[in-house]
Design a protein around this ligand. Structure first.
Ligand code: PMP
Length: 390
């Protein structure tokens, strides 16, 4: 099976696996225990914290290890609701993952607003200064990159506009981490990452947050400077750092960034202009690994099944909205009808994906289309026969 669903989760990277096994064998002690082998783990944990702080240009005290982005994003809004004045507003983009939008709605209800968006799916920077001045949110949340269509948001520009107005900025950088260097993210007040999206084990993530915004959420043993109690999962943290370190040096080849083009060209040969690439159509920058495609016919689940029969694992929209069975707000924002959203498939590659894998996917697109058209034709014939008998 060739895996094209890295935006949902990535396979364990060999570098992460080696680091995890080593830490699990040698550094499994509780970092809070009172002997030297535990102190060593404590030192390693703090070295990991310092490394992340350096990459993200934030103080080490801001780095809080946790279970993943859902926990981290929930913590941001639950903490903001406790720390900020009860009358303040928050603003988010309508492309946010539900682990951002749901806790924001829960904590701020009608005081959570949508940022102004341009038709290409990016925050409307031209409208933003006046909008911020008119609505005066205390906290703005904007993802670095989108999981469904890969759109890369103008986070740096938004951060500057917010900072100039004394507004806190949070960014869900889950789909950015491990794909581009962390150093190229702007210095925000809160940032969230999830290890399993880039090859670390599941159940480990990072919340980088100004302690003034989040004095803590989980109370107990007082780990993580008292802000997130619970014995630190050092082996998973070591694995996450090892894979991030390896990726910091990975430079994207032209071949990798242009590989999705093979599928777009195959689509053009099949359908002319009768398809969409949500996110890419508007001309904005997208993640190099992500391609969303809206074919002219057939529901996404049928495409997924056909691709799987040919050895390719792909997805529809977001894995999370598949579970929720809800039309994606991201695709709607990009102007797709409900029917088009229902047909939209997502292919997301990893560092191990080759150009040949993408070319194989492009060839499979034509085969899947023929099979689906054939099935639809025989269904229609079958239906015709039933009607005749009736
Ligand atoms: N944010 C984004 C952009 C995501 O893609 C995901 C995972 N689909 C999450 C947050 C949540 O991450 P996790 O499920 O690891 O908590």
């Amino acid at each position: 099976m060739i895996y094209f669903d890295h935006n949902a989760t990535a396979p364990l990277d060999p570098v992460a696996k080696a680091a995890w096994i080593e830490a699990q064998e040698k550094s499994w002690f509780n970092p809070s225990s009172p002997y030297r082998s535990a102190a060593q783990v404590r030192n390693r944990l703090n070295a990991a914290r310092e490394q992340l702080a350096e990459w993200l240009n934030r103080p080490p005290e801001w780095v809080c290890f946790c279970s993943g982005a859902t926990e981290a994003n929930n913590t941001v809004f639950a903490s903001a609701a406790r720390v900020l004045d009860p009358s303040v507003k928050v603003a988010l983009s309508p492309l946010e993952h539900p682990s951002v939008s749901a806790p924001a709605r829960r904590a701020f209800a009608e005081r959570s607003l949508w940022l102004p968006m341009a038709a290409n799916g990016l925050v409307d920077l031209a409208a933003l200064p006046d909008w911020l001045d008119a609505h005066k949110p205390a906290l703005v949340s904007l993802q670095a990159a989108n999981n469904e269509v890969g759109l890369i948001q103008p986070l740096r520009e938004l951060t500057e506009l917010c900072r100039a107005r004394g507004i806190w900025v949070h960014s869900d950088a889950v789909q950015w981490a491990g794909r581009y260097p962390l150093e190229s993210l702007p210095a925000v007040h809160a940032l969230t990452l999830s290890g399993h999206k880039f090859g670390a084990p599941k159940g480990v993530g990072v919340l980088v947050i100004d302690p003034a915004l989040s004095p803590g959420l989980l109370w107990g043993g007082g780990q993580e400077e008292g802000r997130r109690s619970g014995t630190e999962n050092y082996p998973a943290i070591a694995a996450m750092l090892a894979v991030l370190e390896a990726r910091q040096g990975s430079r994207l080849s032209k071949l990798q960034s242009e590989a999705p083009q093979a599928v777009i060209e195959a689509a053009r040969r099949l359908w002319g202009e009768r398809f969409h690439c949500p996110g890419r159509d508007g001309g904005a920058a997208v993640l190099w690994n992500t391609l969303a495609l809206t074919p002219p016919r057939h529901a996404a689940h049928r495409w997924i099944h056909q691709f799987e029969r040919r050895g390719f694992l792909i997805a529809s929209g977001a894995a999370c909205s598949t579970a929720a069975q809800k039309a994606s707000s991201t695709l709607k924002l990009l102007g797709l009808s409900d029917a088009e959203a229902e047909r939209t498939i997502r292919m997301s590659a990893g560092w191990e994906t080759t150009l040949e894998d993408w070319q194989g996917l492009a060839e499979a697109l034509a085969d899947c289309w023929q099979a689906l058209e054939r099935d639809a034709q025989s269904d229609a014939n079958g239906l015709g026969t039933v009607i005749e008998i009736d």
